[in-house]
Design a protein around this ligand. Structure first.
Ligand SMILES: [Zn+2]
Length: 324
C-alpha cells in the first residue's frame, strides 16, 4: 500500500485541514477550540491524526468511493486522550435478538452512509493537564515513523492510532465490570463480549472467531475498560498491543496489529488479513512473545496513555438517535 504524505495547510481555529488518504478517502481535521488556545499544536495534531487515519484506511480491503471522514479534536483537562465515533449506526439484529450498531465512522467508511450529516464523524479529546504539552511527542514523519521516539515521551501517532481503533470498532455500551448491557441495544463489539469464569469471579473476554483463531482463545479484555485488550495479570501478553488498556510505554511506537485486524474482521469489517505496511508492522503475537523474551515488561512504564483507571468512553448517539 502506498504511503500517503500530506501537505500541511495553514490552520485557523475551527478551519479544516484536509489530507488525502487512499482510494479517494479524505480525512479532515477540525478543532473545537473557540479561543484558539491550542493553535500552536494544530499542525502537529493534524499531521498525526491524518497519518493515523490513513494507516487504518489502508488496512481495509475496500472502502466506499469518495468517502470522507472528519475528526473533531477537542481539548479537555484530562490526563490522557479519548476517542470515539460520534454516532453508532444500526446494521441489523444480533443472533441474540438484540439490535446491533456499528461504529458510525466504520459504517461510513465502508458504506458511504453518513450517520450524522455534516457533523464530525469522530471525536478525539486530548488532555491538556500536561499530556499535550509535556507528554506527547509528535513524529515529524508519522506515515514513515523513522526517527526514535524520545525515551521520556509518549508517541502521539500511537495514541491517535489507538483512538481511531476505538472510533472504528473497539467500543460499546456494556458495563466494564459486569458486562451488562444498559438497554436493548449493543455494538458489534458488545455482541462478541462475554464473561469468562476465573478461579475467583469472572472477567470479560472478546470471543470473535477470527481473533480466537489467531490468539488461540478468547481475548482477555481490560478490567473496567473492556474496549481494550489485556491486563497486567490475565492477558499480560496483550499489553504490547496498540489496543491494550493498561499503559503505553514511553519511547515506543505502537502499530495496528494483526490481532487488531482480526477483531475488526469479527466486527464485520472488510479488513486486509495482514498489516499492510511492513515498516509499521504491528506487534503480532510473535512480536508480543519477542518483547516478553526481551524483558520489556520489566521496563513497562505507565506513561499515562491508557492508565487502568481510564474508562472507555461510551460512544455518543444512543440507538434512538442513530441513523441507519
Ligand atoms: Zn483506549
Amino acid at each position: 500500500m502506498s504511503i500517503t504524505r500530506i501537505a500541511l495547510l495553514p490552520l485557523l481555529a475551527c478551519i479544516a485541514a484536509v489530507g488525502p488518504a487512499q482510494a479517494g478517502a479524505r480525512i479532515e481535521v477540525v478543532f473545537d477550540d473557540p479561543a484558539a488556545s491550542w493553535a500552536a499544536y494544530y499542525g502537529d495534531i493534524q499531521r498525526v491524526t491524518v497519518a493515523a487515519g490513513n494507516a487504518w484506511v489502508d488496512s481495509f480491503q475496500s472502502i466506499a468511493s469518495g468517502v470522507d471522514l472528519t475528526v473533531k479534536i477537542g481539548f479537555q483537562g484530562i490526563a490522557t486522550a479519548t476517542g470515539r465515533s460520534a454516532v453508532a449506526s444500526w446494521i441489523g439484529t444480533g443472533s441474540d435478538g438484540i439490535p446491533l450498531y456499528q461504529q458510525g465512522a466504520a459504517h461510513k467508511l465502508v458504506t458511504g452512509i453518513d450517520g450524522n450529516g455534516a457533523a464530525a464523524d469522530i471525536e478525539v479529546n486530548l488532555g491538556i493537564a500536561g499530556y499535550l504539552q509535556g507528554e506527547l511527542w509528535f513524529d515529524p514523519l508519522p506515515a514513515m515513523r523513522l526517527g526514535p521516539v524520545p525515551q521520556d515521551r509518549t508517541d502521539a501517532m500511537s495514541v491517535l492510532l489507538h483512538e481511531w481503533g476505538h472510533a472504528l470498532g473497539f467500543n460499546g455500551w456494556r458495563d466494564g465490570i459486569t458486562g451488562e448491557l444498559p438497554g436493548h441495544y449493543q455494538s458489534t463489539f458488545d455482541a462478541l463480549v462475554r464473561p469468562q469464569a476465573l478461579p475467583v469471579g469472572s472477567a470479560l473476554v472478546f470471543d470473535g472467531g477470527q481473533a480466537r483463531s489467531l490468539y488461540g482463545q478468547a481475548l482477555p479484555l481490560t478490567w473496567g475498560s473492556y474496549g481494550h485488550l489485556g491486563n497486567a495479570v490475565a492477558g499480560a501478553d496483550l499489553l504490547p498491543d496498540l489496543m491494550n488498556g493498561v499503559a503505553f510505554q514511553r519511547g515506543t511506537r505502537y502499530s495496528i496489529s494483526a490481532l487488531d485486524l482480526q477483531v475488526m474482521m469479527d466486527l464485520g469489517l472488510p479488513m486486509l488479513a495482514a498489516v499492510p505496511e511492513p515498516g509499521t508492522a504491528a506487534l503480532g503475537l510473535a512480536g508480543v512473545g519477542l518483547l516478553l523474551l526481551l524483558g520489556r515488561r520489566g521496563r513497562f512504564r505507565a506513561s499515562g496513555a491508557e492508565p487502568a483507571a481510564r474508562r472507555l468512553h461510551a460512544p455518543a448517539g444512543r440507538p434512538g438517535g442513530s441513523v441507519r
